[in-house]
Design a protein around this ligand. Sequence first.
Ligand code: SAM
Length: 319
Amino acid sequence: MLDQYGRKIEYMRISVTQKCNLKCIYCDPDGENCKDSKDDSLTPREFEKVVRSMVEAGIKKIRITGGEPLLRRDICEIIYRISEIDGIEDIGMTTNGIQLLKMAADLKAAGLHRLNISLDSLKPEKFKFITGGGDLKKTMAGIDRALSLGMTPVKINTVLIKGINDDEVDDLIELTRDRPIEVRFIELMPMGSFGEDNRDKIIHNDDLIATRPGLQYLERTDKGSPAVYYQMAGYTGKIGFISPMTHQFCSDCNRIRLTSDGKIRPCLGNNGEVDIREALDLKADNFNQIVRQIILDKPKGHHFGADFTSSRRMNMIGG
Ligand code: SAM
């Protein structure tokens, strides 16, 4: 369906847990969500119910995220339930890949189509520093596994931070030489105190493009995608640039988010959320109507200006 600004809302990101097994410096550096906190996440049945209503309202694409979605023991059940819903055309997942080697085949069998894997460094020590203890070998093994299972294109998400990992841009681009991989550089967003305090460490994607004449622009095929794509001549994979800080793409935004604790957040960079848990618990007759109204009311654009403070960190919303 169309929202109040005429955007066709077709895509929902679902955070299935706030918990994570990493402590990325720009996301959850103190590991608040690595701790064994009480988990009030929705059940697979509840996620299914929300998605069914969303499909009635026009949602076709789902991305499962978190926290770290692979920490949910019932992750395959969640995927399976969603994949069985008529009208769902695509299910992807964003993961840090740490547990992917052993889980990828089951995820695929459950109905998962595609994977976005976060990878901020190709250097083991730096990877460990950025992720608060992560093992690069595990994430790389997860990427290889996804490729060997044919879950292509595998998308790599890289958040660049000035002085930390911006020296690795060309090495990351090299990953696309022989692999059907899309490496996507995401501008650091002011979600959480690191992003808020380090606005001067944002790497502007335009600068990366301007200094790499070998990059060839690719015509946009998916208007709803936040990424603008390029390719190095003769390479197999592509390079994507996601630039929420320097190029607002809100007028093309086609997505809404569901948090693991049952809030719909129609815009990442706007603290407005609607709690649907009570309506779910009460099995409200007008649940479909509630969902439609939330979509209709999606805000016009994000508030990532100088004074924006997110009410939640990214791991509590779902990146
Ligand atoms: N645990 C999974 C993972 O690591 O991919 C999924 C959740 S994580 C919050 C999803 C994505 O959000 C990751 O690619 C991460 O790099 C990105 N992210 C988190 N905080 C961010 C920030 N402040 N700015 C830009 N991207 C951010």
